[in-house]
Write a protein that binds this ligand. Structure first.
Ligand SMILES: NC(=O)c1ccc[n+]([C@@H]2O[C@H](COP(=O)([O-])OP(=O)(O)OC[C@H]3O[C@@H](n4cnc5c(N)ncnc54)[C@H](O)[C@@H]3O)[C@@H](O)[C@H]2O)c1
Length: 386
């Protein structure tokens, strides 16, 4: 079968997301499955060149996965006209500069979220890509999680009736990393907890909630957000104690177009007693659903129990009964599914609506969430112009 190569400069792939989700579970997996089928039967085959600042790390990563091409020289990598796509999963603060450089070099660009730490930079990037007429995309992985795909289908077939509210519970306990107290090392990078390094759960998670809500339940119209830094000190990758200057929990309420109310708790300081690390409960006039990353359970109006408040007897209702599981339709990695759509789009096949303007909307919600917290006010979300 005919093969068509698509060269990708991959930057920041020695990091957590870059290695696991983007290199191994997306690009290498697409290569392993023999590329992406295009309409004319040709297979689109990604050919990555790994780029990073630490030669030892990049070389080792390339060797481990049998990738021939790697470099520490981004400028030179961007000069290669045979590599038409630039991807970035490095630290958020670097991203606007790197993407601009890639756009100037004529590359199509794809990147992790948030696209930047400020809305002004995010909009500037979108305009630069538009002017240069390059194709662009931003990771919005949660949209391709099996649990959320099930919610989308329930909504399409009008299972919920009128949607009243959406409750999101996201989070888990991230260890402080204090070895002296016998703790394991933290399971997330330390920059996540330092404001000056682009950390903070509001910036990290509100951009996810923006595209989840906009795409599934109605455009976000207003936000009220309360942040907190519950844990004041943590221990970094070298075991050094540092002050956690960024928010590690956010309690945010959103008003959506169409009238639904959404409330999301996002926290790295919560212990999990729920079905998954992210659960979304959707309540509508005709039925409700609770989705995790993969599974989804529904309760129709007919199945809904009729509880009566009585603390003097043991609870007679099993509230976990009366929910049906939505059947699985197979799992594929959410990042990989979005990569496939982006690469096809670059190859001239299919639309791709998750671009830099959508990415900017996420940064906008995070920025206004932070403002709401600081000013203790509800904030309206202005519509961003294309
Ligand atoms: N889509 C998601 O669900 C999701 C989840 C977590 C993180 N992210 C995003 O992915 C990005 C990376 O997060 P991570 O958790 O993988 O972080 P990480 O710290 O594990 O990785 C960061 C990478 O950037 C590189 N880097 C840092 N500073 C650099 C510099 N000055 N020059 C060149 N390279 C540099 C590091 O070497 C590393 O490869 C962030 O923007 C984050 O917001 C997205």
């Amino acid at each position: 079968m005919a093969e068509r190569r698509i060269g990708i400069v991959m930057h920041g792939v020695t990091g957590r997301m870059g290695t696991n989700q983007h290199l191994v579970r997306s690009i290498l997996e697409i290569r392993r499955q023999g590329g992406i089928a295009l309409k004319d039967g040709v297979r689109l085959m990604p050919d990555p060149v790994l780029v990073g600042r630490n030669a030892d790390k990049v070389r080792a990563l390339a060797a481990k996965h049998g990738i021939e091409r790697w470099s520490t020289d981004l400028g030179k990598a961007l000069e290669n006209r045979d590599d038409t796509v630039f991807f970035d999963a490095a630290s958020t603060q670097l991203r606007p500069r790197l993407l601009k450089q890639a756009i100037r070099a004529g590359k199509h660009v794809y990147c992790e979220k948030p696209v930047s730490t400020t809305l002004a930079e995010a909009i500037d990037l979108y305009r630069a890509a538009k002017r240069a007429k390059v194709k662009h995309g931003v990771v919005q992985d949660k949209l391709w999680l099996p649990g959320l795909l099930k919610l989308a289908r329930l909504k399409e077939r009008r299972f919920f009736g009128r949607i009243l509210s959406v409750r999101g519970e996201f989070g888990y306990w991230v260890f402080e990393g204090d070895a002296a107290r016998g703790q394991p090392p933290a399971q997330r990078p330390s920059w996540n907890y330092r404001a000056k390094d682009g950390g903070g759960i509001i910036l990290d998670m509100l951009c996810h909630w923006r595209y989840v809500l906009d795409n599934l339940f109605g455009e976000v119209k207003a936000v009220s957000c309360l942040g907190a830094t519950h844990i004041p000190y943590r221990w970094d990758e070298e075991g050094r104690r540092y002050r956690a200057s960024a928010d590690d929990a956010a309690y945010a309420t959103f008003r959506l177009a169409g009238g639904a109310i959404a409330h999301f708790n996002s926290s790295w300081t919560v212990r999990v007693r729920r079905d998954d690390l992210l659960t979304l409960q959707v309540d509508g006039t005709k039925g409700s659903a609770v989705a995790g990353l993969r599974k989804c359970f529904v309760q129709s109006c007919e199945q809904t129990p009729k509880p009566v408040w009585n603390p003097d007897i043991p609870q007679p209702i099993d509230f976990y009964a009366g929910w049906d599981e939505v059947p699985d339709e197979g799992h594929d990695n959410a990042f990989k599914l979005q990569w496939e759509l982006f690469l096809k789009h670059v190859a001239g096949e299919g639309p791709f609506r998750w671009g830099l303007l959508e990415g900017a909307k996420g940064v906008q919600l995070a920025e206004l969430g932070l403002k709401s917290w600081k000013t203790r006010k509800w904030i309206d979300i202005p519509r961003l112009k294309a």
